[in-house]
Ligand binder design. Structure first.
Ligand code: HEC
Length: 166
């Protein structure tokens, strides 16, 4: 009987695991395609680098940009507006980047509520899908953010709840 319960428990755990895996893959499909994003990043690469040998160029290094306070990568000389936005609490995540990349100057003007705000990044990525894809690509160079860790904790709790009482 004990053995039977053990098998049943494992099956349930596997079920929970598969459901979580499915949920995750659906979410990433909506978020964009990192492989396509690598191609989109060629547009950024004249100014930005990622990876182990990344260096500041015209723009700052984009490793670990998720969770970074805007305007804070070491040894890069940012414009005043993006520094101000960072100091006011802007931390890069998917949603903020999605809007920023469409039109950085417009984004900073809205964020700071200042019509004279300026962006040193004179590049706009108009296409929504390109933005989603490049964000997915950049995520592969960033440590997972807190939000995802919280989701994982949620899953663990759920898994415990589905265990039958012994
Ligand atoms: C023509 C050069 C250029 C191109 C092309 C460009 N950027 Fe930028 N980017 C910059 C500069 C310069 C800054 C610094 C902005 C400032 O100081 O106002 C910047 C800032 C950023 C930031 C903010 C980083 C931080 O540390 O706060 C992100 C994110 C970013 N760029 C992403 C991208 C992505 C993704 C692409 C391609 C879709 C791209 N950029 C294309 C020049 C460029």
């Amino acid at each position: 009987m004990a053995k039977y319960r053990l098998i049943k428990n494992s099956a349930q755990m596997l079920g929970t695991f598969l459901a979580a895996a499915l949920l995750n893959s659906t979410a990433s499909a909506m978020e964009g395609d990192a492989v396509k994003g690598e191609k989109v990043f060629k547009k950024c690469a004249s100014c930005h680098t990622v990876g182990e040998s990344a260096k500041n160029k015209v723009g700052p290094v984009l490793n670990d940009v998720f969770g970074r306070q805007a305007g804070t990568f070491v040894d890069y000389k940012y414009g005043n507006s993006i520094i101000a936005a960072g100091e006011a609490g802007l931390v890069w995540n998917e949603d903020e980047l999605f809007i920023y990349l469409e039109d950085p100057r417009k984004y900073l003007r809205a964020k700071l509520d200042d019509k004279s705000a300026k962006s040193k990044m004179a590049f706009k990525l108009r296409k929504e899908q390109d933005r989603l894809d490049v964000i997915a690509f950049l995520k592969t160079f960033s440590a997972p953010m807190e939000v995802e860790e919280m989701e994982e904790t949620g899953e663990t709790e759920e898994a415990e709840e589905t265990q039958p009482e012994s």
